[in-house]
Design a protein around this ligand. Structure first.
Ligand SMILES: [Zn+2]
Ligand SMILES: [Zn+2]
Length: 367
């Protein structure tokens, strides 16, 4: 609950009391922070639009793509380069990523709107509870860290992804190798006597093959953010894309949407690498044989489309004995990944213990 009346105009004012309505992860609806009034979010189960994707199209200003359902502005951090999207009428005073106060609003910077979204399932309290039990299970961390309460500023952030669909048509040529066997007569010397014997020898017969291979790719997922530590992001696990919903601005109420820092074009490069690897594997399967060499593939991509989507994370920094640490909680599943302080002396004891375990048998052995 907020303790003071909002000073900035609201995107979703309560119809009952005028207070701010924020997305509620428990009810999956909008809830007034003052009077508890609840408003359902209409969500049709229509298949989200996939936009045609043309590599030469570097313009993100198409109005059909950039209507977020509210006037948005991009907040740029001068310190870390992070960009977030907030309603135009709101003001941001600090960077949500690094806490720096050097933030600038860039009203003219348009951003492609997400087609789909995975909404928050974990509330702030649930995310904190997940973190508390996570830190209790850490090894080699100071006891004071395990037991103590930490002040961490958790922020609910929607992070951006691209997904690409494409049909492909590939021509290939390669050499296919098939193993054959023949018996060869050889000689050897046994006990000073030369004798002949036969040995089964494998040889490979190569012949040229070429052909055509068609495939279809659906929802190749590529992160559109460079802001996060890849290791931390990986450890919060996967997001269940079966829970994707059609984008509605209400889902963003109370959260921050990060603006993509990977363009559609760069995202496609990553996606097409994944596609190419898959095509190579499939073509090798089609060619068959025991070995394939000199495979060249020429692929045309067509009916290429993309979608932009957002997934929820709780992101936090905390300070322990003057040092800064980060952690993250998956906003859908509650899985935690993070950095923790080390207890030098717990590590020393452990190392000594290991040395003793090795040393005792060694001592008896050498005696
Ligand atoms: Zn209200
Ligand atoms: Zn920053």
């Amino acid at each position: 609950m907020k303790d003071s009346a909002p000073t900035t105009p609201l995107t979703f004012p309560c119809t009952g009391c005028g207070g701010p309505m924020l997305f509620d992860s428990e009810g999956q609806n909008l809830k007034c922070q003052y009077c508890g009034n609840v408003q359902e979010i209409e969500n049709s189960l229509e298949i989200p639009t996939e936009h045609d994707f043309d590599l030469s199209d570097t313009d993100d200003n198409d109005i059909n793509l950039t209507d977020w359902g509210f006037e948005q502005q991009t907040i740029h951090c001068e310190k870390c380069g992070g960009e977030s999207i907030i309603p135009e009428l709101e003001t941001a005073t600090t960077c949500v990523f690094c806490g720096s106060p050097k933030v600038l609003a860039q009203v003219d910077k348009t951003s492609i709107r997400p087609e789909t979204i995975i909404s928050f399932r974990m509330s702030l309290d649930e995310a904190l509870t997940s973190f508390r039990s996570w830190k209790k299970k850490r090894w080699f961390v100071p006891n004071a860290f395990k037991k103590g309460e930490l002040v961490s500023h958790l922020k609910g952030i929607y992070i951006p992804y691209w997904t690409f669909d494409s049909m492909t048509s590939s021509s290939y040529s390669a050499e296919r190798g098939d193993y054959h066997y023949r018996n060869e007569t050889r000689t050897r010397v046994v006990d000073g006597k030369t004798e002949t014997y036969t040995e089964r020898v494998r040889y490979t017969v190569w012949h040229w093959v070429n052909g055509h291979y068609d495939d279809t790719f659906d929802d190749i997922l590529v992160p559109a953010s460079r802001r996060y530590d890849k290791g931390l992001l990986k450890k919060i696990g996967k997001f269940d894309l079966n829970q994707l919903k059609e984008y509605k601005p209400e889902y963003l109420s109370g959260f921050i949407a990060e603006r993509y820092s990977v363009t559609r074009q760069d995202g496609w490069l990553t996606a097409s690498e994944k596609i190419d690897n898959s095509i190579y594997g499939s073509i090798k399967g089609v060619i068959g044989g025991d070995e394939v060499r000199g495979l060249t593939v020429e692929t045309n991509y067509y009916n290429r489309t993309y979608k932009h989507l957002l997934v929820p994370i709780w992101n936090a920094n905390y300070i322990y004995r003057g040092k800064n640490f980060r952690y993250m909680v998956n906003g859908q599943t509650g899985l935690v990944s993070g950095e923790a302080p080390r207890s030098p002396w717990k590590i020393t004891i452990f190392v000594l213990f290991c040395l003793i375990v090795i040393a005792i048998p060694l001592y008896f052995y050498t005696r």
